[in-house]
Design a protein around this ligand. Structure first.
Ligand code: FIX
Ligand code: ZN
Length: 453
């Protein structure tokens, strides 16, 4: 490989890599943040959540406050009856004023406030509320994207939510904000086909849960129409730990038929990936609502079987269990149509991000997307990326040091390229394979995604 810039002095390695990681804009490939055209909090039906009350009532923090003030002292239903501001005051008091905000989700609020120029030590939320009330959501998005150095926010667009679906139907330009890209999220089709079928029939697609008649063609029509309406860059599904392909026993819930006959043919024809987020167990404590889910170990062979049986399809995969990560990396060595991404949900903690990023670089080199934010509240982009960037930089420094000890010097240009691939271009190239990218050798290479090891 030829390089066109001087090699980095080992003494300057940590500072240089940390700076280059901070400077690289990131394409955030999975969030739950919405463009302001979908309405913004505190409007009751606004889908863009932002501001101090949303930040403090993040569902990660709801789970944490019930460890400190258990339901024997504050019953779940009493918490849910409170106004958003009362909930935020309760969480602030117990997790931030009366205790040290040690957990990752608590630290995230502190980082966010500090980076916004606010002192995070206030005992009351009132001054923060005042500051946020002076921001307009539209300009504030730009400020957050600048602080987080995020160049594009990928939404999660829930077609099976009536509320969101109606917004898309009512306004054909709702998805046109250039800062945001859409993703068609279709969990219900794979998890509860009879109910998804009923919805599709209500929306005038002629589908039957037993796959008779025109079900396949009509199911495909549904996906095509919504991919077009949303201009979706991929289709996403969160799947339980029991997810299997082929399913066991076969035919139990028709998921094989949906995958083989409806979903993958449409995605192949459009050259759009299917993102599988595997390992979420929903509603283990339903009283906690969104905070009541857990993760569990899944079977990675489902991923291998899909990648092998559908070589013309592209699969993006993240798994929720720490125990699945090594096997997933090894599987990705075998299939060029498998793209590993992110440290999802309960794995989005410094110790686990570090372990996973290290393992991925060792097994897969710079061919993954090491992180996505999963931000639900816009402001969280600031802390999620600040925290993750520091860890990614730390791991890269170690890897370049190892290379140095092996007798190899990296240049600043090489580091810049690695970081660009990790934080943006690997994902872009995977979803858009004919895109041309500049390499450090100065050539313009067409990216291919279908080469197996
Ligand atoms: O299914 C998902 O996309 C999950 O990321 C969320 O539903 C989950 O609640 C979450 O916020 C995780 O970070
Ligand atoms: Zn998510």
């Amino acid at each position: 490989m030829s390089t066109n810039s001087a090699t980095i002095d080992p003494a300057a390695l940590a500072d240089t890599v940390t700076r280059l990681v901070a400077e690289q804009p990131v394409t955030d490939l999975h969030t739950h943040c919405y463009a302001p055209s979908f309405g913004a909090s505190p409007e009751p039906d606004g889908l863009l959540l932002w501001g101090i009350d949303e930040l403090v009532t993040y569902h990660y923090l709801i789970a944490e406050v019930f460890r400190v003030v258990p339901p024997s002292q504050l019953p779940y239903q009493d918490y849910w009856m409170m106004s958003k501001q009362e909930q935020a005051d309760h969480i602030w008091k117990h997790l931030f004023v009366e205790r040290t905000p040690l957990s990752e989700a608590c630290r995230g609020v502190i980082t966010t406030l500090t980076k916004l120029g606010l002192d995070p030590h206030d005992k009351s939320l009132d001054s923060y509320r005042q500051w946020f009330s002076e921001q307009s959501p539209d300009d504030y998005i730009n400020k957050v994207m600048e602080l987080a150095n995020v160049d594009s926010i990928t939404m999660t667009n829930e077609v099976f939510s009536d509320h969101e679906r109606n917004k898309w139907l009512d306004d054909s330009s709702i998805g046109d904000d250039p800062r945001f890209e859409a993703v068609l999220r279709i969990d219900k089709m794979l998890i509860d086909w009879p109910s998804a079928c009923q919805d599709l029939r209500d929306w005038e697609y002629d589908v039957q849960s037993d796959f008779s008649l025109d079900t396949i063609e009509e199911g495909r029509r549904f996906l095509r129409e919504w991919l077009d309406r949303m201009k979706a860059i991929y289709v996403a599904t969160s799947l339980p730990p029991e997810f299997a392909y082929p399913s066991f026993p076969p035919q139990r819930n028709h998921s094989d038929r949906i995958i083989q006959d409806i979903l993958l043919p449409v995605l192949e024809e459009r050259d759009i990936p299917w993102a599988m987020m595997i390992g979420s167990k929903r509603g283990v404590n339903p009283a906690l609502k969104d905070a009541g889910d857990v993760g569990a170990k899944a079977d990675v062979s489902a991923v291998a079987n899909l990648c092998s049986d559908f070589p013309n399809n592209k699969f993006m995969v993240t798994m929720l269990s720490r125990e699945n990560q090594h096997e997933l990396c090894v599987t990705a060595r075998k299939f060029g149509n498998l793209f590993v991404f992110g440290c999802w949900w309960f794995l989005n903690n410094p110790s686990l991000i570090e372990e996973m990023t290290r393992m991925r670089l060792e097994l897969l080199g710079a061919t993954v997307a090491p992180q996505h934010s999963d931000a639900r509240i816009l402001d969280q982009l600031i802390y999620k990326w600040d925290h993750s960037r520091r860890i990614i930089a730390k791991v890269l420094v170690d890897k370049y040091r190892d290379l140095h000890n092996a007798g190899y010097r990296v240049s600043e240009e090489q580091v810049r390229q690695d970081v660009r691939l990790l934080l943006r271009d690997n994902f872009r190239n995977f979803i858009e394979p004919t895109r041309r990218v500049e390499t450090i050798a100065g050539s313009s290479d067409e990216v291919a995604v279908d080469s197996a090891e």
